[in-house]
Design a protein around this ligand. Structure first.
Ligand code: 26M
Length: 803
């Protein structure tokens, strides 16, 4: 959009004054940021309105991405950039002697998600808008985001994340579009005078769902989509029934806080309330739209696609059925046809303990009408399946099993499309986790490998690299990521390689300064920066990384004067508060860091930096400075991974097992340009099947490994309680569930190859360049285009405009 620097400066001063009634010169960073954010939002608002109107006028098909989590990251820079205003804003502020970077840091980073799944949802929102597709987000406006992580004496401590403290300039409370969501009570069906069976409700708890809308700004295409997050409130007309603050708690708590566990499902009633609350409000507002514009109900699948992000919003299926039957008076068959054509589902995990299974009794009591419908879906499913496929398959795939509602089964049965998030993951779904369903409905299964938005993760996070690429191949790659492959042509160009090395060094210096500032640790920017950033989980094997570092430390101690390639090991990871083992791993890494970072024998040869409170904003600082990307999950366990894509796009070389999207990274960049180690998923399956794995044998037969493991319990690492023993026990005495010891030797070998290559800076830079140039297929724009073509059947509205 067109705004001059002069105009911006004037409007910014006015904006500030109208908000705070004094001059901007006296403003705090928070105040200045708020004023700037609101001004940018003003610029956005006309596009937001026009986009909405255009979708309605052309009655285009709309996607609703239902997700319990969104991790948008800070939005000021990204919104200004996508609008084409970033340079004007920066220049205007510097005329006022203000620093854009400083103000941008004052924005709270909304941590409304746990990790990969939530961040993927936000990358998808960015791509939908940037492709000019009508895509809406539907989720929860948690009052507190994912806990803020602190280390106290090396232990993780969780603090509340009050992200709304200084207000949120991007959201608009929309009191016109509230919905009522009902919980509990009694329900019975009665025939009305038209002969419809209609439900009657008594003693329900009624909760008002209030939407807060946030603009999702497309990249220079005048498109602004909507992210709608719901907040729970007491219905105004029922306020008089609540006599004390305590009585209002059960309502307010529904949207108070995000559940912080991303890998272990606990069947908590409040979580089920959250899921239904978000689903019901979202579906109601979709149907209200159709009523308002008089769309024949049978056309719903032509006008809307509802996407179910993991099973968390799977109640969409019975909720849509409920509204179509109870409120729209369609027959079961008509309603089912619409529902299943409208819904699609993505699976994000094969971890059994993460699969949602709600106790039937809980579901019945909290959502009596929804449970009736689930029961009917299940009965009809069983009736149809039993005669065709027999007992075994039918009972294995039923929704109701042993007193629980199997949410994955509900999602698969209620959707026309089921996808995994990387090729290997989809294969595992088809051959293992959802095997029986693949036999019933092979046509529903498809793969959609994840992607990331280069706008946030390269253009904005790594401006120096972006400039270099622009300089070499022009700017087309920004709109057409596949053009990045042109950069491959520079793999032998000395000037490009030197500049690439310079860019990386600059980014590393910046990160080194930041490490000094927040951790007080001095690191050498010329050392190799080795990065593992992701949630802490045994299957992701941060402890394999730990064992290797410990191994290095012992080697250095044994021979301090030998020649070592200096390394900085960088971690960012939150553990679920209830995940004791993950927290023990954090403690051991932190204690080892204390030892290593303060040992004069070690010096710059080895440093360990474990950042606190890893999240989107920290990732933006770390990723551009990474040399090595650690993707070391046990093969078959990581559905896709997305930090692997972000790091690759920023020139880090991948050190990986053949898991998730690592396999596709290898295919695109070529195996000579990354470091692969460890068991293949096939080998993992075989080892598990024949139960032949004996971790203790490895401990006893490999002296180096024994040395390392013994160091966990020998007092070498200072300040531990029983954490070293806990690790040792799990690996040696409890047979090492994730085959850490099995992969240790090949991991160490791969790490040594990393060192060797790093000694040849030119060759390193060449491989780094090839990684950058091969990263385009992981653009979320392509991923979204495939969802749009294959699953949602939606098209860009921007193309249509231009004829
Ligand atoms: C479930 C029930 C109750 C409370 C929380 C949950 C829950 C929340 C988040 C379960 C799983 C959650 O996230 C899983 C996740 O982030 N999976 C990751 O998804 C990424 C995007 O597809 C993949 O790249 C990662 O491989 C996968 O681990």
């Amino acid at each position: 959009m067109e705004v001059t620097v002069k105009q911006f400066v004037k409007e910014f001063k006015q904006q500030f004054q109208s908000m705070y009634a004094y001059s901007y010169e006296e403003g705090s960073n928070e105040q200045l940021y708020n004023a700037l954010g609101l001004l940018v939002k003003n610029y956005i608002s006309s596009y937001w309105k026009e986009t909405r109107e255009k979708y309605i006028k052309n009655s285009v098909k709309q996607v609703y991405y239902f997700s319990m989590e969104f991790l948008p990251g800070r939005q000021l820079r990204s919104n200004a950039y996508n609008l084409g205003l970033l340079d004007v804003v920066k220049e205007g502020l510097s005329e006022l002697e203000l620093s854009f970077d400083q103000l941008a840091e004052a924005e709270a980073d909304p941590a409304l998600g746990n990790g990969g799944l939530g961040r993927l949802a936000s990358c998808f929102m960015d791509s939908l808008a940037s492709l000019g597709m009508a895509g809406n987000g539907n989720g929860i406006r948690y009052q507190y985001g994912l806990f803020r992580q602190k280390f106290v004496d090396g232990y993780q401590v969780e603090l509340p994340e009050n992200w709304l403290r200084y207000r949120n300039v991007w959201e608009t409370r929309n009191d016109k579009s509230t919905c009522m969501v009902r919980f509990g009570g009694n329900v019975w069906l009665e025939e009305n005078h038209q002969g419809h069976l209609v439900p009657h409700y008594e003693n329900t708890l009624n909760v008002l769902a209030v939407p807060y809308d946030t603009p999702m700004v497309g990249y220079r295409n005048d498109t602004v989509n909507n992210l709608r997050l719901w907040s729970a409130e007491i219905p105004v007309e029922e306020e008089a029934n609540y006599h004390t603050i305590e009585e209002t708690e059960p309502i307010k708590e529904i949207t108070q806080v995000l559940y912080p566990d991303d890998s272990n499902y606990e069947g908590r009633l409040l979580r089920l309330k959250q899921e239904y609350f978000m689903v019901s409000a979202g579906v109601q507002s979709i149907i209200r739209h159709f009523r308002k514009y008089n769309v024949p109900r049978k056309n719903i699948p032509d006008k809307v696609a509802i996407h179910i992000n993991d099973t968390h919003p799977a109640l969409v299926v019975p909720e849509l059925m409920r509204i179509l039957i109870d409120e729209e008076h369609l027959s079961w068959e008509q309603a089912w046809e619409i529902t299943f054509k409208t819904c699609s589902y993505t699976n994000h995990t094969i971890l059994r303990e993460a699969l949602e299974k709600w106790p039937i009794d809980m579901m019945k009591e909290l959502l009596p009408r929804i449970y009736m419908i689930i029961e009917e879906i299940n009965n009809r499913f069983v009736e149809n399946t039993l005669p065709l496929y027999g007992e075994r398959i039918t009972w294995q795939t039923a929704i109701l099993q042993n007193g629980v509602v199997n949410m994955a089964h509900l999602a698969v049965i209620g959707s026309h499309s089921v996808n995994g998030v990387a090729k290997l993951h989809t294969d595992i779904l088809m051959n293992d986790v959802l095997k029986d369903f693949f036999e019933l409905y092979p046509e529903r299964f498809n793969n959609k490998t994840n992607g990331i938005t280069q706008r946030r993760w390269v253009h904005l996070a790594n401006p120096e690299l972006t400039k270099l690429i622009d300089e070499k191949i022009g700017e087309n790659w920004k709109l057409t990521p596949s053009e990045l492959k042109v950069f491959k042509g520079f793999e032998k160009d000395k000037d490009t390689l030197n500049k690439l090395t310079d860019v990386k060094l600059k980014n590393k210096k910046r990160l080194a300064d930041y490490i000094k500032e927040v951790k007080g640790i001095t690191v050498d920017p010329n050392a190799l920066f080795d990065v593992q950033i992701k949630r802490l989980h045994a299957y992701k094997r941060q402890h394999l990384n730990l064992l290797h570092i410990l191994h290095r430390y012992l080697e250095i101690k044994a021979d301090p004067s030998a020649d070592y390639v200096p390394r900085v090991f960088i971690f960012g990871a939150k553990a679920a508060p209830s995940y004791h083992y993950a927290k023990q791993i954090i403690k051991v890494i932190n204690s080892l860091a204390d030892l290593v970072n303060n040992d004069p024998d070690v010096g710059d040869k080895l440093k360990i930096v474990f950042f606190e409170n890893y999240g989107v904003s920290l990732a933006e600082k770390i990723i551009p400075a990474a040399d090595i990307s650690e993707q070391i999950s046990l093969a078959s366990m990581e559905a896709s991974g997305t930090s692997n894509m972000k790091l690759m796009a920023n020139g880090a070389l991948t050190l990986a097992t053949l898991d998730g999207a690592n396999i596709e990274i290898k295919d695109f960049v070529g195996e000579e340009n990354l470091f692969v180690f460890g068991l293949s998923s096939k080998e993992v399956y075989e080892l598990k099947a024949n139960q032949s794995y004996q971790a203790r044998e490895l401990y006893e037969s490999n002296p180096k490994l024994k040395n390392v493991l013994d160091a966990l319990t020998s007092g070498t690492i200072p300040n531990l309680q029983d954490e070293g023993y806990a690790l040792f026990d799990s690996l040696v005495n409890f047979n090492d569930e994730y085959f850490v010891l099995k992969d240790f030797a090949s991991y160490v070998e791969a790490q040594n190859k990393v060192d060797d290559l790093y000694k040849d800076q030119n060759e390193w830079a060449r491989k780094s360049l090839l990684n950058i140039a091969s990263s385009a297929p992981f653009s979320a724009d392509y991923t979204i285009q495939r969802y749009a073509d294959d699953i949602w059947k939606v098209r860009s509205c921007v193309e249509e405009d231009e004829g």
